[in-house]
Design a protein. Structure first.
Length: 189
């Protein structure tokens, strides 16, 4: 029971509750932004605290993945209509390209490594931050430009991950960048 009630697990549980609340709150309202921001902060803090305090657990990782899945599912349901209304149709073709590259990366990894393999590269982390920040920018004068910038970073991130999966002989989840991979390959020779 003691391992269940760690601060990281409590923060992750709060993100699950926050995501459930967001399902019933009108997007882009003050209440939405308060809960959305708290969910984002808890997403960062739970992992940082778990690693710093050396209390990472398989349960915590699964709880975090479940919280992420719920949070992003709710955001898709709640934010897609807003984004569809406010963004030009051309951006949706760009989103499609990013998703196709991401799917190609996942399929390449599945065939090559016989497992699901998503990398936490710097560009993937930057893409996640960019997507998370989208609700804050969508109603501003730079919402469309910002969205294209996020798609560009997402396209670069997906391409980088695909190249990493093509180049690597075996799955190594710790690869943070294509440049890092090049250094490791040079060191291995």
């Amino acid at each position: 029971m003691k391992k269940l009630l760690t601060l990281p697990n409590i923060l992750t549980s709060l993100r699950i509750a926050g995501a459930a609340c967001l399902m019933f709150i009108t997007p882009l309202t003050p209440a939405f932004f308060v809960i959305y921001t708290l969910c984002g902060i808890s997403d960062v803090l739970d992992g940082v605290i778990a690693r710093a305090a050396h209390i990472t657990t398989e349960l915590g990782a699964k709880l975090d993945s479940a919280a992420d899945l719920l949070f992003y599912s709710v955001m898709m349901i709640r934010m897609f209509p807003v984004l569809w209304e406010r963004l030009p149709r051309l951006i949706w073709a760009y989103v499609g390209l990013v998703l196709a590259l991401r799917l190609a990366s996942y399929l390449t990894a599945a065939v090559k490594y016989h497992r699901f393999a998503a990398l936490h590269t710097y560009l993937n982390k930057l893409t996640g931050l960019g997507v998370f920040m989208l609700p804050y920018f969508i109603s501003t004068g730079i919402g469309t430009v910002y969205s294209f910038a996020v798609c560009t970073v997402g396209c670069l991130a997906s391409t980088e991950e695909l190249i990493i999966h093509i180049i690597r002989r075996e799955y190594r989840p710790g690869v943070m960048t294509l440049l890092d991979l090049r250094k490791k390959n040079t060191a291995e020779k």
